[in-house]
Design a protein around this ligand. Structure first.
Ligand SMILES: Nc1nc2c(ncn2[C@@H]2O[C@H](COP(=O)(O)OP(=O)(O)OP(=O)(O)O)[C@@H](O)[C@H]2O)c(=O)[nH]1
Ligand SMILES: [Mg+2]
Length: 296
């Protein structure tokens, strides 16, 4: 039996969460075309008869700094040092930059075995793959590179086999029937945030936190969910709500449908928009909104 943790790291928007979701076979992390979608460390657990791979999805490595992104970087570094394997996810269709190479060097020198998943191969010319692999090799990165497409399901089995080889021989770390460490309550908030990421320009979603006030299962099996969308500016609040509340209604309705899929039951969702200026730079508010320094 092989089992262990795989820290899934890489630049923001590289495709880390998408890859974890397809490897695990369930949506454990939200996905969007905008960077900084993932804010927390999230476990996605793949169970086979003689293997358990515990993927640890992390916030993407990102340049713009504030208290929230600093905490996110911290999370990623600590997660990598503690993992059995580092899976560095690289967006192949974005090419390879100096910055990519220096990030890969940094993480491959932590003393933890590393593998590179070169992803999004479905939207790029095939001939770029060997070219980029050579570039990395010549830059001194001795790590194996596995080209994959999470969207098309290409090479995922190979990736699983390569990861398995790097895991220690030991018993399962988690019971076989668990796919994530996050609660339904957490996922409900994340689904709301995902729809906001998909619907609004990035300045708005990046300044949004979701607070779940009520998450209750009723006797008839339905759920009552009440949440606040906390944003940073009055102007953002107006945009989030839209004319006669139309925008908010639409976003909430999208989110509700996904919540119902997740919970397998009808959801009665109520949403309010609140303004808390600069919450991303205020440690006390970050804590209140669940972004602790020590994630679990
Ligand atoms: N074509 C294609 N698109 C992909 C693939 N994997 C991910 N994407 C897209 O890339 C975007 C980013 O995906 P995410 O999984 O949210 O990326 P991430 O690395 O988790 O991003 P952060 O959490 O912001 O760091 C989304 O629009 C995905 O649909 C892939 O294999 N092929
Ligand atoms: Mg992500």
């Amino acid at each position: 039996m092989r089992s262990g943790t795989v820290a899934v790291i890489g630049r923001a928007n590289a495709g880390k969460s998408t890859l974890v979701n397809v490897m695990v076979g369930e949506k454990v992390a939200i996905v969007s075309p905008k960077p900084q979608t993932t804010r927390d460390r999230i476990l996605g657990i793949l169970n086979r008869e003689s293997v358990q791979i515990v993927f640890v999805d992390t916030p993407g490595l990102y340049r713009h700094r504030n208290e929230l992104t600093d905490r996110m970087m911290h999370t990623t570094e600590n997660t990598s040092k503690e993992a059995d394997v580092i899976l560095f996810v690289h967006d192949g269709h974005a090419g390879v930059t100096e910055e990519d190479i220096s990030l890969m060097k940094k993480y491959s020198s932590l003393g933890v075995p590393m593998l590179i998943a070169y992803t999004k191969t479905d939207i790029m010319p095939k001939e770029n793959i060997p070219r980029d692999a050579r570039l990395l090799y010549e830059a001194g990165i001795g790590t194996d590179v596995v080209p994959v497409s999470a969207r098309r399901g290409r090479n995922l089995r190979l990736l699983e086999q390569e990861l398995t080889k790097l895991l220690p021989e030991q018993d399962r770390l988690y019971p076989e029937d668990i796919v994530s460490d996050k609660s339904e309550r957490f996922m409900v908030a994340e689904l709301m945030r995902e729809k906001i990421l998909l619907k609004y320009d990035k300045e708005i979603p990046h300044g949004v936190a979701i607070v779940v006030n009520t998450f209750e299962k009723q006797e008839n099996g339905t759920y009552d969910v009440n949440l606040d969308i906390v944003c940073e500016k009055k102007g953002h609040k107006a945009i989030l709500i839209g004319k006669q509340g139309q925008a908010l209604k639409e976003t909430a309705s999208f989110a509700r449908k996904d919540m119902e899929k997740l919970l397998g039951a009808k959801v009665f969702l109520t949403v309010y928009v609140k303004v808390r200026e600069d919450w991303r730079d205020r440690a006390t508010l970050l804590k209140e909104f669940g972004y602790n320094d020590e994630q679990n």
